[in-house]
Design a protein around this ligand. Structure first.
Ligand SMILES: Cc1ncc(COP(=O)(O)O)c(C=O)c1O
Length: 476
C-alpha cells in the first residue's frame, strides 16, 4: 500500500484553503443536521442559482441527438435551441462522445476569437485560442509551459486565489508575493511590484511571469485601465509573461465601472513583446456552470513553435471535455435579438446579475457597519475579503514578532475565528490566511452567492458573533 511518506512531497506541501479543514467540519456538522450557510466557494449552482434554460436545452439535444428530429422536439424546445444544436452537430458530427482536436473544436475556437474581437474591438486569432477544462487547466498549462529551471518564480498577488500558490508548489517553482494595496481598493502598486521583483532577484529567483486576477478573487476589486497598463509596462521591462485571470469579467457591479481586458490594453499600447495568457471560464459570470468544466485560454505574442508546444501539451491530455467546449461556445455566442430564446435568456441573465449586485451591496454595507470589520461594497466577482480586528490575548506581543511570526500568529487566529464562527452560527467562510494577507492583518473571505435571506441572516449572525467573540478575547 502507498504510504504518506511515499507521496510526492510537492503535493503534500500544496494547500487549497477553499476546500480545507473548515469545509470538512461544515460537512460533518451538516451531516448531523445543522443548517450551514456555505460561503466558502464560488460554486453558484450549489447555492441555488438556476442554470440558464438555453444552455441546458442545447446540451440536452446534443447529448441525445435523436431528440432533434423527433416531433416532440418542437413541443419541448424553442426553434433556435434545436437549430443551434443542429449547427453544433453539423460542425462536430461525431458528437459529444468523441475526442475533438486537442486545441478544441475549430468552430468554437473561431467563436471565442469573434467574442474577443467584439468585446474589445481588437483582432483575435482562433489559432491562439485553446479550449480548456475550466480556467484551472488553462492556468496549469501556462505553468507547465513556463516552468523550466529550479529557480523559476511566479509573481502572484496577495491575497490570491490558491490555485496559483498550490500550482507553484506542485511544480516545484518559487512563489514571489506582491501585496495588493488594500487602502487603494486592492489595486496593484508599482512600487510594491518593483520591491517584490527586486527582492526575488536578490534571493536568486528567476521571475518568469506575473499573475493578475481581474476582477479579483478574493478581493472583488476591478482593475483600472491605468493599472493594467502599468502591469504590462512592468512585465515588458522585466521580460515576464502575464497570466490574466479574467474569469469574473461578467461580474461587475460597481456603477460606472467596466471590465477592461489585458488583451485590449495590450493592443491599445501596441505591445508586441510581453506574452499574454488570458483565461476565461463558464464557471462564473451568470452561467455558473462550474460542473461542466469549460473555459478557454487566449494567447498573444507567442511564436508558432512555442504555441505548438502548448497544443502538444493539450494533446497529451487528448482534449478538453466536449460538453465544456459546447458550454464555452454558448457563453461566447448567446442567443441574439430576434431568436426565440433571446427574451428569456436576457431575463435570466439580468436576474442573476441583478441579484448578485444586490447581495454584494447587502453584504458590503451590512458587514462594514459592524464594529471592528472593514469592507467596501465589492465592485465585482463573487466575494468580499473582509478585514477584522481582534484584541490580543494577554501575554502575546505582536509588536515584538517578526513578519513570519506575525503571519503564523495571524493564521492561527483567523482559522480559530472562522472555525468558531462555523460552530456557533453555521456560516462557512475561509480564513484570510488561505489567500495570503499582509502580516498583522486578519481577514476572512465570504461569497455573496447564497440566497438573499441567507445573506441577510449572515450579516445579523456575524454581528452577534463578532461582538461576543471580541468580548470573550478581552476577558482572556
Ligand atoms: C480567480 C479564479 N480563477 C480560476 C478559477 C477556476 O475556475 P474554473 O472552474 O474555470 O476552473 C476560479 C474558481 O473559483 C477563480 O476564482
Amino acid at each position: 500500500m502507498v504510504k504518506l511518506t511515499d507521496v510526492n512531497s510537492k503535493l503534500l506541501k500544496a494547500r487549497y484553503a477553499v476546500r480545507g479543514k473548515i469545509v470538512n467540519r461544515a460537512q460533518e456538522l451538516e451531516g448531523k443536521g445543522h443548517k450551514i450557510i456555505y460561503c466558502n466557494i464560488g460554486n453558484p449552482q450549489a447555492l441555488k442559482q438556476k442554470p440558464l434554460t438555453f444552455v441546458r436545452q442545447v446540451l440536452s439535444l446534443l447529448e441525445y441527438p435523436a431528440l432533434m428530429d423527433s416531433p416532440e422536439a418542437a413541443k419541448l424546445f424553442p426553434a433556435d435551441a434545436v437549430k443551434r444544436a443542429k449547427t453544433i452537430l453539423g460542425h462536430n458530427p461525431s458528437g459529444t462522445g468523441a475526442y475533438t482536436q486537442s486545441a478544441g473544436i475549430p468552430f468554437i475556437r473561431k467563436a471565442v476569437a469573434d467574442f474577443i474581437h467584439h468585446r474589445d474591438g481588437i483582432p483575435a486569432d482562433m489559432n491562439r485560442v485553446l479550449l480548456t477544462d475550466g480556467a484551472s487547466k488553462g492556468v496549469q498549462a501556462a505553468f507547465t509551459l513556463l516552468t523550466n529551471h529550479e529557480n523559476d518564480g511566479y509573481m502572484i498577488p496577495i491575497p490570491q486565489y490558491p490555485l496559483y500558490s498550490a500550482t507553484i508548489e506542485l511544480y516545484g517553482a518559487k512563489q514571489i508575493n506582491y501585496f495588493l494595496d488594500e487602502g487603494a481598493g486592492w489595486q496593484l502598486n508599482e512600487k510594491e511590484l518593483n520591491a517584490s521583483y527586486e527582492g526575488a532577484k536578490k534571493a536568486g529567483i528567476n521571475p518568469v511571469a506575473i499573475a493578475v486576477i481581474n476582477p479579483g478573487n478574493p478581493t472583488g476589486a476591478l482593475l483600472s485601465h491605468e493599472n493594467i497598463e502599468m502591469v504590462i509596462r512592468f512585465a515588458r521591462k522585466h521580460h515576464l509573461a502575464i497570466m490574466a485571470d479574467e474569469v469574473y469579467q461578467e461580474n461587475v457591479y460597481a456603477p460606472g465601472h467596466k471590465f477592461v481586458s489585458f488583451a485590449k490594453v495590450m493592443h491599445d499600447m501596441g505591445e508586441t513583446e510581453a506574452t499574454l495568457f488570458s483565461f476565461h471560464s463558464v464557471s462564473k459570470g451568470f452561467l455558473g456552470e462550474c460542473g461542466h468544466r469549460g473555459g478557454y485560454m487566449e494567447v498573444r505574442n507567442m511564436s508558432d513553435e512555442v504555441y505548438a508546444e502548448l497544443v502538444k501539451l493539450q494533446s497529451i491530455g487528448l482534449c478538453s471535455n466536449v460538453d465544456g467546449q459546447v458550454v464555452t461556445y454558448l457563453m461566447v455566442a448567446p442567443p441574439v435579438k430576434g431568436d426565440e430564446s433571446y427574451e428569456l435568456y436576457v431575463k435570466e441573465r439580468d436576474g442573476i446579475l441583478g441579484d448578485l449586485k444586490e447581495k454584494a451591496g447587502i453584504l458590503g454595507k451590512g458587514l462594514s457597519a459592524i464594529e471592528g470589520m472593514h469592507i467596501d461594497v465589492p465592485q465585482g466577482a463573487m466575494y468580499a475579503f473582509v478585514r477584522f480586528e481582534l484584541p490580543h490575548p494577554k501575554g502575546s506581543y505582536p509588536a515584538k514578532m517578526s513578519p513570519a511570526e506575525l503571519q503564523k500568529y495571524g493564521a492561527a487566529r483567523d482559522e480559530e475565528y472562522c472555525l468558531r464562527l462555523l460552530e456557533e452560527t453555521g456560516i462557512c467562510v475561509v480564513p484570510g490566511s488561505g489567500f495570503g494577507q499582509a502580516p498583522g492583518t486578519l481577514h476572512f473571505r465570504t461569497t455573496f452567492l447564497p440566497p438573499k435571506e441567507d445573506i441577510l441572516a449572515l450579516v445579523e449572525k456575524m454581528k452577534a458573533f463578532h461582538s461576543a467573540y471580541t468580548a470573550e478575547l478581552k476577558k482572556k
